[in-house]
Write a protein that binds this ligand. Structure first.
Ligand code: SF4
Length: 464
């Protein structure tokens, strides 16, 4: 079913009644599930009806088919790559009062910090030294998300560290500020709606600028209009019915596709976790592990070209399951406290939420290899113009898979050479050799071998 609009420039509206009707109509409609999965396997993106049907599944054999189909589609588009990154929290000062968040203004217990620019540089350097090549700056709303501060932070990271791409997760802003952020060299702008259900949104956001549901819902329009080809969307699962959130986000993605030529670059699926200083005593609508896996798989089939991002809010076992069934990006070795990387031994008491997976980047890389997948620290696409619509086209025609698999090998070799432990180095080099041997095109294989040789001789940032 398609949302009808009289004016194509009109801001997205959540088709609430349509979603409620679909969730009701698709209950128990398992007879069509096999057919939907077969079409998805052949490359057809799920529409809202198909997504609602799959979200309602609970028969184990159909869920297995769903996960297997999501795995196939993910590997067809992204190969076996799992992209790794780390969030860099720069401020926990916030003017909002989101009930679920430890940074909320009403939390009088929190120790407040906003990093000075040299401290941000120190954090970015610590991440580079651990092996990361991209960082995601994260700030609460207020001074920490002021455009001057953000632009200064981005410029300082590029100027004073070898970090190759900076992404930003910050509060909604005006179009002219997005232009400044883009000009500063930010790759992806990320902002999560938290919940698409307006009544729940109103309850969860009692005060502050974030109380304005429509301002947040329209933020991607301003970012895209200002030139951000790559935007990251998401919802905080556990606030409302997860099936509603998934369908609303898919509808939002379709809206961006229609009006801007491509949907989100990434879809994040954070699940609500306890946070010190939160005003919630429990998760309002808990999401089981099985439901979480469905969320990942349905996004993979509905928005196949988007990276599905899973954070360290989830535990090791579940993370290892979802990277097999559709997730393509994960954070690792994360600290959500302010200044946590350069002062890793100290407990700063400024974390936004509890982490469930405390493994280091190297340990996570080992787990990815054990799962038969391949880690990537590559940042080439953002710097080679493969963003927005051109990234989507490249993903859908399989180009991302070939180019990115080679670039992933280069970035992985660079990691192993400069940062890997002996154990990861041995396993990783063996895997790289095996993957190169599998490349059928002789000319391309020789190019990849040459690139790996350049990395081994000390050249940095080798990529196609
Ligand atoms: S969720 Fe974001 S906006 Fe809300 S209180 Fe936390 S940091 Fe502030």
């Amino acid at each position: 079913m398609k949302t009808v609009r009289n004016n194509v420039q009109e801001t997205f509206r959540v088709p609430k009644e349509e979603i409620a009707a679909l969730l009701w109509e698709c209950r128990g409609s398992v007879s069509n599930a096999e057919n939907i999965l077969e079409q998805a396997r052949q490359g057809r993106c799920l529409d809202l009806t198909a997504a609602a049907t799959l979200l309602n599944l609970d028969e184990p054999h159909l869920l297995d088919r769903l996960y297997e189909t999501a795995r196939e589609v993910k590997e067809r588009i992204f190969g076996k790559r799992i992209v790794l990154f780390a969030p860099l929290y720069i401020s926990n000062r916030c003017v909002n009062n989101c009930l679920y968040c430890g940074f909320r203004r009403g939390n009088r217990e929190a120790e407040r910090r906003t990093l000075e620019i040299p401290e941000i540089v120190e954090e970015a350097r610590a991440l580079y030294d651990a092996g990361y090549r991209r960082v995601l700056l994260v700030a609460g709303e207020g001074y920490g998300s002021s455009i001057d501060y953000l632009c200064e932070a981005v410029a300082a990271i590029y100027r004073e560290t070898p970090i190759r791409i900076v992404h930003v997760n910050a509060a909604p802003m005006a179009e002219e500020n997005f232009v400044r952020l883009k000009t500063a060299g930010v790759g992806v702008y990320q902002c999560f709606q938290e919940t698409y259900h307006r009544e729940t949104y109103d309850r969860m956001h009692p005060s502050g600028p974030k109380r304005d549901y429509d301002r947040r819902l329209s933020v991607m329009d301003r970012a895209r209009t200002a030139g951000f080809g790559d935007v990251g969307m998401g919802a905080l699962f556990g606030l409302y019915d997860y099936r509603f959130e998934v369908l609303a986000l898919i509808a939002h993605a379709r809206d961006l596709e229609e009006r801007f030529g491509s949907g989100p670059h990434t879809v994040s699926v954070p699940r609500l976790q306890p946070a010190a200083g939160s005003a919630l005593e429990s998760v309002p609508r808990p999401v089981s592990d099985e439901a979480f896996k469905k969320i990942v798989a349905v996004f993979r089939l509905a928005i196949p070209y988007a990276g599905v991002v899973v954070s360290t809010r989830e535990g090791p076992g579940l993370r290892e399951e979802v990277i097999r069934i559709g997730a393509s990006q994960i954070s690792a070795g994360s600290r959500t406290d302010i200044g946590g990387y350069s002062h890793a031994a100290e407990e700063t008491g400024t974390a936004q939420f509890s982490l469930s997976d405390g493994r280091s980047l190297d340990e996570m890389i080992g787990a990815i290899l054990d799962a038969g997948l391949e880690p990537s620290l590559c940042t080439a696409c953002y710097r080679s113009g493969r963003t927005g619509e051109s990234f989507r086209t490249a993903a859908e025609t399989g180009k991302v898979r070939n180019l990115c698999e080679a670039n992933a090998l280069f970035s992985f070799m660079e990691y192993l050479k400069d940062h890997g432990t002996d154990k990861t180095r041995a396993a990783g080099r063996g895997r790289i050799a095996a993957r190169v041997a599998e490349i059928k095109d002789d000319a391309f294989r020789r190019e990849v071998e040459k690139g790996l040789d350049r990395v081994a001789r000390g050249e940095e940032d080798v990529h196609f």
